[in-house]
Design a binder for this molecule. Structure first.
Ligand code: SF4
Length: 449
């Protein structure tokens, strides 16, 4: 009797954004089709893959830290280490020099080659050759339209409707790591939404680096999101991210009118100074951004707005920063992701502008913005006190299994004591909000008191 060799165990770690989480689902799917199995335990794995992010220094440093931890494991036993995603694309020279740690590098358009690259790397290790597998070519066409993602979350499912970006914001590495914009066929996306609904998911989040640019024949993003929101069983549809420079009116109309499209828009501001917006190549002004917010709020005053802001971009003076600060005070976003500028290799800013705002000044500015936004978020969240809101239950709260956790329509985290409210992931429940912090709403069942 012959025994079949044990399948190769793969451990996959994901860093960065929702698009990377989605890409990891594609990678799992492609590799499982090829006979690989996945394990949560790094120590048991024959292959360790890191799906990386190159957008911020923090994610980048985390990957290097993990790589240095793997050195020891690799000295103890045969192990193939692969770096996938944006860092693989952007730092290929640097990463291939980390001899002999990294065996496989695969950029975001090369995941179909991954099973072959890994098998070759394993064979090469057995023969003592330690050859590296490299696949970092960008594609004009790859959308993985025929790959069914290996989803694990049972409430929300992501669908990437497009890949790449043509905007070339000067600080951003995405156009270099993910290539040119290309949209996935709408029929395939809607069919996938039907399958997702049949599998019991309740929410779909449509992903794209700039969803406003979605085009496929006569389909635009407004038509696509409406078709997905019409799929029976899907109760909520979200999307990220639109670009403020060309936010389409039909998309706003769809958000306002369709009951299943969440009343929430993430609208990355980056800076409130026209001079800095120009250097960032954002192609809108402070005034245009404010007018867009006014238009959104005029059409639906309860839309929850969130944003991204970069503090300390190249050449940012105190006056530039003050304009950002004033705009945040004026708009009163519900929440904001605020980051210190960090130079990314190969970007326009890295090539053209000195990173001349000191670390101390960057820290001071983002801290001031953070403090301002925390107060605004707190006040915004307190507006929900004594209201009853629909909440989509996601599971247990991160901090305690005794608490349930879900999301409001506006994507605000809601927490409750499980002894007082009984619910299961995927349930839509009406909850009374009795307390709020800057990040969380605290709920009790409307019938409890
Ligand atoms: S729109 Fe700008 S910030 Fe967003 S992915 Fe494209 S280049 Fe990067």
């Amino acid at each position: 009797m012959t025994t079949r060799p044990a399948p190769t165990q793969v451990h996959l770690e994901t860093f960065g954004c929702q698009m990377n989480e989605y890409d990891s689902e594609l990678v799992r799917s492609l590799m499982k089709q090829d006979g690989f199995v996945f394990t949560d335990e790094r120590e048991r794995a024959d292959v360790i893959l890191m799906n990386t992010c190159a957008i911020r220094e923090n994610a980048h440093n985390k990957v290097y830290k993990h790589l240095s931890e793997l050195k020891k494991l690799k000295q103890q036993r045969p192990l193939v280490v692969g770096v996938l995603g944006c860092m693989a694309q952007n730092l290929k020279e640097e990463l291939t020099d980390i001899q002999p740690l990294v065996d496989v590098l695969a950029g975001p358009d090369a995941y179909r080659q991954l099973p072959m690259l890994i098998r070759n790397a394993m064979l090469s290790q057995e023969e003592g050759l330690y050859q590296k597998g490299l696949a970092v070519d960008l594609s004009e066409y790859e959308t993985y339209h025929d790959v069914v993602p290996d989803r694990t979350d049972g409430v929300n499912a992501w669908i990437a409707v497009m890949r790449g970006c043509d905007n070339f914001c000067s600080f951003c590495v995405v156009p270099y790591t993910r290539g040119r914009e290309r949209s996935r066929d709408p029929e395939g996306i809607v069919q996938e939404a039907y399958r997702i609904a049949e599998q019991g998911f309740k929410q779909i989040t449509l992903l794209g680096q700039n969803v406003n640019s979605y085009r496929f024949g006569d389909w635009d993003f407004a038509r696509l999101i409406t078709a997905v929101a019409d799929v029976p069983g899907i109760q909520r549809v979200r999307f990220t991210s639109p670009h403020p420079k060309d936010f389409p009116l039909p998309l706003l109309e769809a958000v306002v009118a369709h009951p299943n499209i969440c009343k929430q828009i993430h609208l990355p501001l980056q800076s409130g100074s026209d001079r800095i917006l120009g250097l960032m190549n954002r192609t809108y002004t402070n005034k245009e951004y404010r007018s867009l917010v006014e238009r959104i709020r005029a059409m639906r005053s309860d839309i929850v707005l969130s944003t991204d802001i970069i503090g300390g971009f190249c050449g940012e003076s105190y006056a530039d920063f003050a304009e950002t600060y004033r705009l945040v005070e004026e708009i009163r976003f519900h929440s904001a992701f605020i980051f210190k500028y960090s130079e990314r290799k190969h970007t326009i800013a890295a090539r053209k502008f000195p990173d001349d705002v000191s670390e101390g000044v960057k820290t001071e500015r983002v801290t001031r913005l953070f403090d301002l936004q925390r107060n605004i978020s707190y006040e915004r969240n307190r507006e929900y006190l004594k209201t009853i809101i629909p909440v989509l239950v996601e599971g247990d709260a991160k901090r305690s299994a005794a608490q349930g956790m879900g999301k409001s329509d506006g994507n605000i985290t809601v927490i409750w004591d499980k002894r007082t409210i009984s619910s299961r992931p995927g349930d839509m429940v009406s909850l009374a909000i009795y307390d709020a912090s800057s990040t969380t709403l605290y709920a009790e069942g409307p019938l409890m008191k």
